[in-house]
Design a protein around this ligand. Structure first.
Ligand code: DC
Length: 224
């Protein structure tokens, strides 16, 4: 078993930015589990499947194979052999992932993939249920959150910098809806693990959050 760091939290809290930096600093492998759910969501979008029907989702899972590869240290997601890394970063895929990830069949499809990655390497794994379900024995668990307002503003800035037209109110509404779905589903809902360290990044810089997590990681590693 590698030394595993689980980072969970709501959409837009900065998990992937922070997890990547922590992984680089510690020379760990960064595993983005949201990308796996997004790849599955892409299958639904591409095949125009009814995401509201659990039986359709369960049947679709029989035909879905998600794999992870690393290219120059960057995680790549393969959906049925096709590298879909460049196609999964849309709001549409994120929102669809929030819907389809509520199904048992979808979660079971990639659980062992996630656990296998953590078994063979030291990982920083981010998602919604890593500390609670995927790696319940991880020696360090972080619950990274921020207010809806802060997360909305960060997303707004990101999209406008890319030249994309967007509306702050709509973004905040999307975030609230996604939080509600992720936190209230029956299976593996987003919640802070009892033994997780809570980090609220609303008023912290990326560097401050990274340093905070690195400090906890070094303490735990020294104690291991
Ligand atoms: O982190 P993200 O925005 O890429 O995740 C997209 C969706 O996937 C998220 O809204 C819920 C789901 N997800 C999940 O259910 N469990 C995870 N471990 C990671 C993501």
């Amino acid at each position: 078993m590698g030394f595993n760091i689980a980072i969970d939290g709501p959409a837009g809290a900065g998990k992937s930015t922070i997890a990547k930096r922590v992984a680089k600093e510690l020379n760990f492998v960064y595993v983005d589990t949201g990308a796996m759910y997004r790849a599955i969501a892409l299958y639904f979008l591409k095949n125009k499947l009814n995401a509201g029907d659990e039986a359709v989702a369960a049947a679709a899972c029989e035909n879905i194979n998600v794999r992870i590869a690393y290219e120059n240290g960057e995680q790549q997601v393969l959906l049925n052999g096709e590298n879909v890394t460049g196609q999964i970063r849309t709001e549409e895929a994120g929102n669809m992932a929030s819907v389809t990830s509520a199904y048992k069949a979808v979660r079971e499809r990639i659980l062992s993939l996630q656990q296998d990655l953590a078994r063979v390497a030291d990982v920083v794994m981010d998602g919604r249920d890593i500390g609670t379900c995927v790696l319940p024995k991880a020696p360090l668990k972080i619950y990274l959150t921020a207010s809806v307002k802060t997360r909305g503003e960060r997303r707004y800035k990101e999209l406008t910098e890319k030249g994309l037209a967007c509306n702050l109110e709509e973004i905040c509404k999307d975030i609230e809806d996604r939080d509600f779905r992720d936190m209230n589903r029956d299976i593996s809902p987003l919640k802070q693990a009892e033994d997780a360290v809570l980090v609220d990044s609303s008023h912290m810089t990326i560097e401050e959050v990274t340093e905070t997590i690195l400090r906890h990681a070094r303490e735990r590693m020294a104690g291991n």
